[in-house]
Design a protein. Structure first.
Ligand code: GH3
Ligand code: MG
Ligand code: MG
Ligand code: MG
Length: 315
């Protein structure tokens, strides 16, 4: 089909591998089947220092939305598979929660399209052709605004994890969901703490310690399930909420993280070093009501992991 030909053609010009995210560089996800448009826009937007990921279909867009955690989405109204408005419907709740602006682009600037887009939760609607001279300051504006919003709702500035305030809201709202939804048996609440972190600071300095903290969260982002959230609980202590996840599933996911993180070699002058962590899991079921009690039990499991040698996960 024409669409397939176009896809093959663009595969040669656009890197389709999902890029490894650099922590501080925002991702812009473009979901659009118009090859010329995406190629052109990608070039301009990348020149501004953003990372760009492209989906030529709605299905791919949906997948990448969960995978790359974009900071902003440019979404075509007319896609070959899922309707743009339909895709918007599917991602709206999560996008809103993560403060991800959705910029809908349409071929015709009719009133009806605009209304539909706004009603379904699009942040903006822009008619094609897009003027790059305007698009670029527009993107900077939205990304700047997003950063501000994230700080307001509770993002930890150093690591990009959520903060403690957010965690408490997230855990209680997931508890409500758990009680509402019979298909969910449990959720896992995990507290993790970096092993001998003080000695990283002592030996290599605080900036190096900060780098370790960022990388710690970054490696979690790569292995996490879409609904998992990580929050900075204290200095080098983080709390993770894994909805619809049993303790054995949580254990396996943490294991993957453990493998990924322990493989990161940090450089400090002539030295290289690796860092480990310990984790305590509390499996939360409908019978668990008290947040403090849940946190206490995860903490206890973590303490047990520390006591029995560190670099391990305990229930
Ligand atoms: P353990 O294996 O028992 O967890 O030992 P530890 O050294 O990791 O534990 P401890 O709680 O004694 O040390 C935590 C250290 O984390 C102390 C504090 O200076 C450091 N820390 C807390 N917040 C930050 C931060 O934002 N950046 C850096 N670089 N260090 C931090
Ligand atoms: Mg289209
Ligand atoms: Mg520690
Ligand atoms: Mg600690």
């Amino acid at each position: 089909s024409l669409f397939q030909d176009k896809t093959d053609e663009i595969k040669q010009t656009i890197n389709f591998e999902t890029p490894v995210s650099q922590p501080d560089v925002p991702f812009i996800l473009i979901v659009d089947d118009d090859v010329e448009f995406v190629t052109h826009t990608k070039t301009f937007v990348e020149r501004e220092g953003f990372q760009v990921v492209i989906a030529l279909t709605g299905e791919k867009g949906l997948e990448l939305f969960y995978q790359v955690k974009p900071s902003l989405i440019i979404l075509d109204q007319a896609l070959p598979d899922i309707d743009g408005i339909e895709l918007l419907k599917q991602i709206f709740v999560k996008a809103q929660k993560d403060v991800v602006p959705i910029v809908m682009v349409g071929t015709s600037d009719c009133e009806e399209n605009r209304i539909k887009a706004y009603e379904m939760g699009a942040t903006d609607f822009i008619a094609k052709p897009l003027n790059m001279n305007v698009l670029i300051p527009f993107l900077h504006n939205r990304i700047r605004h997003r950063k501000h919003m994230l700080k307001q709702i509770g993002e930890d500035e150093l690591t990009g994890a959520y903060n403690r305030k957010y965690l408490e809201r997230e855990l209680s709202s997931q508890l409500v969901m758990l009680k509402k939804d019979d298909r969910m048996a449990a959720l896992s609440f995990i507290i993790v703490d970096i092993d001998h972190f003080k000695s990283v600071n002592d030996r290599f300095g605080h900036p190096k310690g900060d780098e370790v903290l960022k990388e710690f969260v970054h490696t979690f982002m790569k292995i996490k399930a879409p609904m998992d959230t990580i929050s900075r609980y204290g200095g080098e202590e983080f709390a993770i909420v894994m909805p619809d996840t049993s303790k054995t599933e949580a254990f396996e996911r943490i294991k993957a993280w453990r493998e990924s993180f322990s493989n990161v070699t940090f450089n400090a002058g002539d030295n290289t070093f690796n860092v480990m962590f310990s984790a305590g899991i509390k499996e939360v079921t409908v019978n668990d009501d008290h947040l403090n009690r849940i946190i206490e039990q995860a903490d206890k499991a973590l303490y047990h992991a520390k006591e029995t040698g560190r670099n391990k996960t305990q229930f």
